[in-house]
Every structure is written in structure tokens, then in C-alpha cells.
Design a protein around this ligand. Structure first.
Ligand SMILES: Nc1nc2c(ncn2[C@@H]2O[C@H](COP(=O)(O)OP(=O)(O)O)[C@@H](O)[C@H]2O)c(=O)[nH]1
Ligand SMILES: [Mg+2]
Length: 370
């Protein structure tokens, strides 16, 4: 079906992409015009779980996008429905390669994804691009930027691009992105690219949901940036020095050589795999096929050794623990007895009557009794 003409990254506040392209407006049109050539589309219909599952598995783009909207919702009712859908499609997930892409803003991640995504599509793959961008909830700037950078890719029938979900209930962006990955796989996407902005905590959470972690850098970045990069370099499976074009080719190659030297001294980020630095030009589309070969080699080596599967299993367990922790913390701090006891106990700590460790026991007692 070709109903979705609007690019999928239409900013969230324009209405969910879904609703904005279809439901409400069309319903009205049908009521207020006599235009019978306009076939009323099933959009207005409320979908049940079977509809969602069938739609995802038969790759109905519209239903698929609606399922993702459900996953991204903060309403408990939607979350519950989404869980049921995910449970049903779970046997059809896991067959993609999940690639995390990080790097400082401006390194060229989006431009790279455009070139890389189109290259993968030319090889016959279907590509999903998900973004995790903490700044996008504050300003839509980055999404608007991406819109122009991924123009060709967004037009392809074989791509699906989703901007960063807003945070919110139950696991927030983390859960939403992980579950979206599963839906993408069930819908037949072969390569999942998760783009994140290289600022602190983000890389760690993206690392925990992908198979391969790619760090996009540029040559000549200032010293203060090197500081941020250090920790991230340690978890990268490949470093890609981008913008190796024009006058910059030599500098980019020198930077890649330097990173390769530095990588000698670092522990493996993935057991049995040697992280290397390469160059590419996202703009001129050079070095793109090479990085795909690196990723394929990584996949075959880690599949063979079992590290691939082991990592995915660990990631699921981590996810379980992460969600449990979040749930327990919420439940604890929303407990009435805890809420009631905290102000007095806090005052006693501040006035020097109660040591914090003893206070912990008091709060826990209140919780257990409450
Ligand atoms: N010369 C050159 N410029 C690039 C290349 N890749 C990206 N850029 C430019 O770098 C800027 C930032 O790119 P963008 O993809 O938005 O970076 P992101 O913030 O990492 O997603 C844009 O002006 C791009 O046109 C490249 O390979 N060569
Ligand atoms: Mg970007």
C-alpha cells in the first residue's frame, strides 16, 4: 500500500506521523464531499492485536508505523497492547544486524547514514534508521537537519526512518528504541541503524542494544573532544574518520593511522575482534562499501565464536534488570508510607540527629509496613 506519502520523520508535534497523514482528515473528507472515487481507507478503523500482528508481518507500512506509535506511547493501555503485539511477533525478530552509530554533532552521521543506507538498499537490503537524540525533544533542529541529509533514503520504499521518541513512562527512550528494533525486524528490515549524538550516557545505552558499534569521527577535532572520545573509543567496533575528501584526504588518513596506533593499547571492545580505524567520505560516497565489508566480517567472526548470540542474550537480561530497577524505584518513591516518612527523616538528617545510613533503615521499615 502506498498511502504514506509524508516522510516518516515528520516532527512528532505535527501529530503522530500516522494520524497526520491519514485518519482524521480523511474521515472528514468522506463525510463532507461526495467524492466516491476516494476510497475510504481502513485507517479510521481501530486495529486489534491480530490486525497489528498481521500488518507487521506482511509489512503493511501503515499498520507498521501505527504499531511503532503504540510502542512510543506513554499511555499504560497502549504500552500493554504493544507488549502483546511484541510477544506475538517475537519469533520473527532477531534476524537483522543492529548497528549503532555515534559521534560528535557535525561529524557526518546523518550524511553517512544516507549514503550507507542507499548502498545497502542497492544490495537488496531493507534498512531501518532510528534516532536517539536527547536534544531533539527540546528543539526539533536536529530532525530538521536530518530531513535534508537523508532525503534520498527517506524516499526509498525499502527504508524506514524514525526520529527519536520522546522519553516518558516505563523505560523511556531506551525501551521504546529496543522495542522499535524488534518491530522493524518482524517487518522484515535487514539492517537497523541506530544513530545517537555523541554525548555521554547515550553511547552506553545504544551500545547495549546493538551488535556493532560504529564511531564516526573527523580529523582535527580539538583536544577537549578527545577527552569525550576516549571512553567511547573503548566500546567502538570500528572508527570511521569521515570527510576524507578534497583537501582533507591526507589529514583524515593521518587521523585514522593515529587512531589505529592508539587502538593497539586498548582492550578489545568485542571478544575476538580487533577494532580498526578507516576513512570514508559520506558526501562523496567513498569507503562506504569497505565499512560494510568490515561489519560483515565482524558478524561472521562473532557468529562463529558465539559472541554475537551471547551479547544479544546479555543485552536482554540487562534490559530486564534495567526495567526492573526502574519499576522498583518508581514503586518505592511513590509508596505512600515512604512519601510520608521522607520529610521528617530528611529534617532529622539535616539537623544532625540521624545519620543517613540509619535513616535508610527507617525509610525501608516504613515501606515494608506501608
Ligand atoms: N566534506 C564533507 N562534508 C560532510 C561529509 N559528511 C557530512 N558532511 C557535512 O557535515 C555537516 C554535518 O553533517 P551531518 O550528517 O548532519 O552530521 P551529524 O550531526 O553527525 O549527523 C553537514 O554540513 C554535511 O554536509 C563528508 O563526507 N565530507
Ligand atoms: Mg545527525
Amino acid at each position: 500500500m502506498k498511502e504514506t506519502k509524508k516522510p516518516e520523520w515528520a516532527p512528532k508535534d505535527s501529530g503522530s506521523e500516522f494520524a497526520s497523514t491519514i485518519s482524521a482528515g480523511i474521515e472528514k473528507t468522506d463525510k463532507h464531499t461526495t467524492n466516491k472515487t476516494h476510497t475510504p481507507i481502513q485507517k479510521a478503523k481501530k486495529l486489534d492485536i491480530d490486525d497489528y500482528v498481521d500488518g507487521i508481518l506482511t509489512h503493511n507500512r501503515t499498520i507498521f508505523a501505527r504499531a511503532i506509535t503504540l510502542v512510543e506511547s506513554n499511555s499504560m493501555q497502549h504500552i500493554e497492547m504493544a507488549q502483546e503485539i511484541i510477544k506475538r511477533v517475537l519469533p520473527h525478530t532477531g534476524k537483522s544486524i543492529r548497528i549503532g552509530i555515534t559521534g560528535v554533532p557535525g561529524a557526518g552521521k546523518s550524511t553517512f547514514i544516507e549514503s550507507f543506507g542507499l548502498y545497502l538498499i542497492s544490495l537488496g537490503f531493507k534498512v531501518a534508521v532510528l534516532a536517539i537524540d536527547p536534544s531533539s525533544t527540546i528543539s526539533k533542529g536536529s530532525i530538521l537537519g536530518d530531513k535534508t541529509r537523508m532525503e534520498e533514503l527517506s524516499k526509498s520504499e525499502d527504508s524506514f526512518i524514525r526520529p527519536s521518541p520522546s522519553s516518558g513512562a516505563l523505560g523511556g527512550v531506551n525501551r521504546k528504541t529496543r522495542e522499535t528494533i524488534l518491530l522493524c525486524e518482524a517487518a522484515g528490515y535487514d539492517v537497523i541503524l541506530v544513530e545517537t549524538v555523541g554525548v555521554g550516557q547515550n553511547e552506553i545505552s545504544v551500545r547495549s542494544m546493538v551488535d556493532f558499534f560504529l564511531l564516526v569521527l573527523i580529523s582535527g577535532a580539538g583536544d577537549e573532544l578527545q577527552g569525550i572520545k576516549k571512553g567511547v573509543i573503548e566500546i567502538a567496533d570500528a572508527i570511521l574518520v569521515n570527510k576524507a575528501d578534497g583537501d582533507n584526504i591526507i589529514k583524515a588518513k593521518a587521523a585514522a593511522a593515529e587512531y589505529n596506533m592508539a587502538l593497539h593499547y586498548l582492550a578489545e571492545s568485542t571478544t575476538g575482534w580487533k577494532t580498526n580505524a578507516f576513512t570514508c567520505s559520506a558526501k562523496e560516497k567513498t569507503g562506504i562499501d569497505n565499512i560494510w565489508n568490515v561489519i560483515k566480517k565482524f558478524e561472521s567472526i562473532t557468529q562463529e565464536s558465539g559472541v554475537f548470540t551471547e551479547r544479544r542474550q546479555n543485552q536482554m537480561i540487562e534490559w530486564l534488570h534495567f526495567m526492573l530497577e526502574e519499576y522498583i524505584i518508581n514503586e518505592f518513591f511513590n509508596n505512600k508510607a515512604v512519601k510520608d516518612s521522607l520529610p521528617t527523616i530528611t529534617r532529622e538528617i539535616l539537623s544532625g540527629k540521624l545519620p543517613p545510613t540509619a535513616a535508610v533503615n527507617l525509610v525501608l521499615d516504613a515501606y515494608k509496613k506501608g
